[in-house]
Design a protein around this ligand. Structure first.
Ligand code: DC
Length: 215
């Protein structure tokens, strides 16, 4: 059985990471959450590790993973990056071409040996245009806002549903309208709308597709 690259793209909060992590576990593959990498760069900016005026400062920023937790210069920042504030900042830094080039090169190196499940916005279009399996996940904005609301509330934050929904819509707009690597479905990606699907149904569908491709 061959080792492949699985590229999972889609809108924010449509369950990409959960499904990607589960598939990676099933396959015994490495999982890479590229959104976490953009969030870590946003945190680096917030912490003054580089400035938008001096992007060569990025060379001193190290983003990595330890046990699926993102690290910034060796420090686990998984909790710090999972806030609405960093999500918004990530959405502002991610259109910057120098930042994308910086992270895309690292993502391509991570997939050089295949056996990887990577999720993001541009994985099937830019990072791995030759990925053997490409999935494009979506769900309605309301369903995604509800999921994000539950996630934030579960972490002890006090979200307001209308604000979360507005935020999801803003982010969709920015992700799909930016000049640099906008979110779009690759022509050969399989569309999965999970608004009305259980996680289990979705997983079974994806595992079937995966097993077809590794044969
Ligand atoms: O999936 P997420 O919410 O953690 O992503 C954070 C931000 O990073 C989001 O605004 C989209 C952006 N992003 C991107 O531009 N390209 C990727 N491959 C992954 C995320």
């Amino acid at each position: 059985m061959r080792r492949i690259i699985v590229a999972i793209d889609g809108y924010s909060s449509c369950g990409k990471s959960t499904i990607a992590k589960q598939l990676a576990e099933y396959a015994g593959y490495t999982y890479v959450d590229t959104g976490a990498m953009y969030r870590a760069v946003a945190l680096a900016l917030q912490e003054g590790l580089f400035s938008p005026e001096q992007l060569d400062g990025l060379q001193g920023v190290r983003v990595g993973f330890t046990n699926n937790h993102v690290t910034l210069n060796g420090v686990d920042v998984e909790d710090k990056i999972r806030t609405l504030e960093i999500g918004n900042l990530a959405s502002q830094v991610s259109p910057v071409p120098e930042i994308r080039r910086f992270l895309v090169a690292q993502q391509q190196a991570m997939g050089a040996a295949k056996g990887i499940v990577m999720d993001g916005r541009d994985i099937g279009t830019v990072v791995f245009p030759d990925a053997e399996l490409k999935l494009f996940l979506t769900a309605s904005a309301e369903v995604r806002a509800k999921r994000r609301y539950d996630e934030l509330a579960g972490k002890g934050q006090s979200p307001v549903y209308e604000e979360v929904l507005a935020d999801v819509r803003d982010r969709d707009y920015r992700d799909t309208h930016r000049a640099e690597s906008p979110l779009r479905q690759a022509p050969d990606a399989i569309l999965i709308d999970n608004s009305e699907m259980t996680r289990e149904e979705q997983m079974q569908r994806i595992i079937a597709l995966f097993n077809e491709r590794i044969r």
